[in-house]
Write a protein that binds this ligand. Structure first.
Ligand code: SAM
Length: 284
């Protein structure tokens, strides 16, 4: 069954008596080359478990099942579960779970299904909740080897932005700590039903095995990034002293100078490594 075919999508949904649910960010792919390309590029070896978020009616899920040993797909919409059991009936390496990816116990899920294999995440993400899902995956403590997601084009630009550019933000700096991010390819809005207002892009994050730098106080490091970008127009010095209690302006200035930056620098000029160094200076 071509699960990207518009008539197939409409008929399986009509048969189940369901319609697209905007509140769940349901924009289904209608160009079968896209799920093939995403599945092909989301991991390097087939002996692994893929965690898919939001299978919809299963177009990406089936491509994943053809290429990887085990696929676990978490879908929030209860109405899609009977649809998926029909559309994916011929694959014996797929488990569909009706749950919310923001609530499910990710460590328990991986322990139950991965059989010790490496685990990668692959998803055409619901756009209303992209960043919270990414943060939940990264902060879960689960050792995913890669996370490949389709996101809105402008979000993709933010995820891969270089410091000092307009697109560079807190999420970019945080991501730099967890892994290496690449934009793989663009997907036009016309490849979905219903068509979203903007184009999309697929991004792959290869997670570091070990943290890339030694950070003495992780909480402080993340708080510094948050402070810097919450008050983006202020100098880093003013942003930190407004948002972070416990440091005098003199201490903050000394730390900024110690990492080789000007005291008038703005946070958006600092790379992830600079934030790490700054946090370590403030700990001293
Ligand atoms: N994978 C399908 C495709 O590419 O055509 C559907 C992608 S659609 C953009 C997003 C999917 O995520 C929908 O099936 C939606 O119901 C599901 N979803 C939305 N929020 C979710 C959540 N919090 N947890 C799990 N699935 C969710």
């Amino acid at each position: 069954m071509d699960l990207c075919n518009l008539s197939v999508i409409k008929s399986v949904m009509a048969d189940a008596g369901i319609t697209f649910r905007k509140e769940f960010g349901q924009n289904f792919l209608t160009n079968r080359m896209i799920p093939e390309d995403i599945a092909e590029s989301c991991a390097d070896t087939s002996e692994r478990m893929i965690l898919e978020i939001g299978p919809g009616i299963g177009c990406l899920t089936q491509e994943l099942a053809l290429r990887y040993k085990k696929v676990v797909a978490v879908e929030i919409d209860r109405g899609l579960i009977p649809v998926l059991s029909r559309t994916l009936a011929e694959y014996d390496n797929i488990t569909v779970i009706n749950d919310d990816i923001m609530k499910i116990d990710l460590a328990a899920l991986v322990a139950e299904y991965s059989e010790g294999m490496p685990v990668s995440v692959c998803a055409n993400l619901p756009y209303y909740i992209t960043t919270p899902i990414l943060m939940r995956l990264l902060e879960s403590g689960v050792k995913f080897s890669s996370i490949t997601v389709m996101v809105q084009s402008e979000v993709a630009s933010r995820l891969v932005a270089k410091e000092g550019t307009a697109d560079y933000g807190a999420i970019t700096a945080v991501l730099g700590y967890y892994g290496r991010v690449r934009k793989l390819f663009k997907v036009s809005a016309g490849c979905f039903v219903p068509a979203p207002k903007v184009d999309s892009a697929v991004v792959r994050i290869d997670l570091h095995d070990l943290p890339p730098f030694d950070i003495k106080d992780e909480k402080l490091f993340f708080n510094l990034i948050k402070a810097a970008f919450e008050m983006r127009r202020k100098t880093l010095l003013n942003a930190i002293s407004a948002k972070l209690a416990g440091y005098t302006k003199e201490q903050i200035t000394a730390a900024i100078l110690a990492i080789g930056k000007d005291e008038k620098v703005r946070g958006e000029r600092l790379s992830t490594e600079d934030f790490a160094k700054l946090a370590n200076e403030l700990v001293k």
